[in-house]
Design a protein around this ligand. Structure first.
Ligand code: GLN
Length: 542
């Protein structure tokens, strides 16, 4: 294509962009998120990024925190060219220490680690260069902040001035006397620093002068233009849909960009939720007008799952591999049919619903010795099809995908759908997956979710499901002793992206769900609620 020199247009080329260089902190991606919430576009790259190799210029750079000590022999360091670009730089925690190290090699292990809440005193410098006070402009002199460090600056590098202190950290904030270079020891990106977003806004908007124009409306227009440019006037795209938010939003976007030259495929693997295949078909074809092929491969999947009892990993693998085979077979059929069409060219592209967290995961800095994980995708697994991958959501966080979905006219119910794993109901059946077990688990799950919705709790809960346990319990039903199976309910909520705790339903709700499941689902005589603390990502940064 003639215009391929300038295209595709990437967001960092059209939006003012703050570059976050990741030194491996667990919070790095939050910096990017917070900026985007302020409508400032931001991207994250590993701290080892050579700035001369970037094809675009950031409006400002943020150096993240990290688990290393800058004085270690193998500690990661920022490309010194960052300081030559003439753009503002903000160092956070390790990033502050990195700036100090760059100028003065003056960082050492502190006697005391500082972890948790701290009270910050801001120091103002009336009469000095105005940029010095700009980072804390509009903020109170006393601020609650979140600290997580063990190292400290032994003294200020020359030409820097202190802009904030805590009792334990005399250099909790510093600014260069003449250049827009700043360092802060605390983490403004976490919610434990209540005014942190204001500080990030001061940096991005007032100091870096980044435009606040990162909006979904603009993104949609630009992404549609980018897809059209990539695919060309006749190119065709194929993609799998699952009913989940990501694949539906990606499909809706493709439809807007290239209409019927996008082919969606839904593989019914026999372990989808109740009525799911029908619902997806209805949404995609009736509401969104997307060209969809539904492949009913339930028997094939269930046949292959036969006899696999205890190993959930094995179930996942069987389902994953079979999915690729079925999808590939279908894609080849669609490809062959499309080849004869005069209006359209070959199917050369595969749509993937990759999101920014997957991209971050694949590029994030994992330490001096660890290898950086590469992002795998189904595209590479479709043998002999030579499809190029198109990923319209790869710059977006989940919340942004939801916003985009709303913008594209998707129903609220779909946009806010809980995540559902690819291997579906199969991994919620502990023990052998048979058509009968699927029926039980699926029906119980349906009732549970229906009641959660009816109680107005669906949006409060992040994920909920029913699992079928491989044990039998004795119960009395209709005056008869029964010996049948047990359903375990699970529901979690997360508010801080770091922990997910079980949802405290009230007794009446659990009673109702339990009664409905036992009465309506044949083969179940007992329901239990699983209140295990599901995951706790401890805030270990040092
Ligand atoms: N490891 C450094 C320290 O202990 C930086 C920690 C961080 O970035 N959170 O101070």
């Amino acid at each position: 294509m003639a215009a391929s020199e300038e295209l595709p247009i990437e967001p960092h080329k059209t939006f003012d962009t703050i570059l976050v260089l990741d030194f491996g902190s667990q919070y790095s991606h939050l910096i990017t998120r917070r900026l985007r919430e302020l409508n400032v576009y931001s991207e994250m790259l590993p701290c080892t990024q050579k700035l001369s190799e970037l094809s675009w210029k950031p409006k400002g750079i943020i150096l993240s925190g990290g688990p290393y000590s800058v004085y270690w022999d193998d500690a990661p360091h920022v490309d010194p060219e960052a300081f030559e670009l003439g753009v503002p730089i903000l160092g956070i925690c390790y990033g502050l220490q990195e700036i100090a190290w760059h100028f003065a090699k003056n960082v050492l292990a502190g006697e005391k680690r500082e972890y948790g809440h701290a009270y910050l005193k801001v120091e103002r410098h009336a009469g000095k260069a105005s940029h010095i006070d700009a980072l804390f402009a509009g903020l109170e002199d006393d601020m609650e902040v979140w600290m997580s460090h063990g190292d400290k600056l032994s003294n200020l590098p020359s030409d820097f001035t202190t802009i904030a202190t805590t009792t334990n950290a005399p250099f909790a904030g510093m600014a260069h006397e003449t250049k827009p270079l700043y360092g802060i020891q605390f983490h403004p990106e976490v919610t434990h620093t209540p005014k942190g977003v204001h500080l990030l806004q001061n940096f991005a908007v007032d100091i870096c002068k980044a435009q606040t124009d990162w909006t979904m409306g603009k993104f949609v227009d630009q992404e549609i233009a980018r897809i059209r440019a990539l695919v060309g006037e006749k190119g065709q795209v194929i993609g799998a849909v699952s009913g989940g938010v990501d694949s539906t939003v990606a499909a809706a976007l493709m439809k807007q960009a290239i209409g019927d030259r996008f082919h969606a495929v839904l593989v019914d693997n026999g372990v989808l939720r109740m009525n799911e295949a029908e619902q997806v078909e209805e949404t995609l074809t009736k509401h969104l007008g997307i060209k969809l092929t539904v492949v009913d491969a339930s028997e094939r999947f269930l046949g292959l799952l036969k006899g696999v009892k205890d190993d959930p990993e094995k179930k996942r693998k069987i389902i994953g591999n079979t999915f690729i085979h079925v999808f590939q077979e279908e894609a080849k059929k669609i490809q062959a049919a499309a080849a004869g069409s005069p209006q359209a060219g070959e199917i050369e592209w595969l749509l993937q619903g990759t999101l920014y967290p997957d991209v971050i995961e694949s590029i994030s800095f994992k330490g001096p010795s660890a290898t950086i994980k590469t992002h795998h995708n189904v595209g590479g697994l479709l043998e002999g099809m030579h499809l190029k991958v198109i990923e319209p959501l790869r710059e977006l966080f989940k919340d942004e995908v939801r916003e985009l979905g709303t913008k594209l006219g998707l129903a609220e119910e779909l946009v806010w759908r809980h995540p559902f794993p690819g291997p579906g109901i199969a991994i919620r059946i502990l023990g052998e997956v048979t058509a009968e077990q699927v029926r039980i688990a699926r029906h119980a799950d349906y009732i549970f979710i229906e009641e959660i919705r009816a109680a107005g709790l669906y949006r409060k809960i992040s994920q909920a499901f029913a699992a079928l346990l491989p044990v039998k319990a004795v119960g009395v039903m209709g005056d008869k002793r029964v010996h049948s199976q047990v359903i375990a309910l699970r529901a979690v909520e997360t508010s801080d992206f770091m922990t997910a705790d079980w949802y405290p339903f009230d007794g009446a709700f659990l009673k109702k769900v339990s009664r409905r499941i036992v009465n309506e689902v044949d083969g179940v005589c007992r329901v239990v609620y699983d209140s295990k603390f599901i995951l706790h990502l401890v805030l270990v940064l040092i």
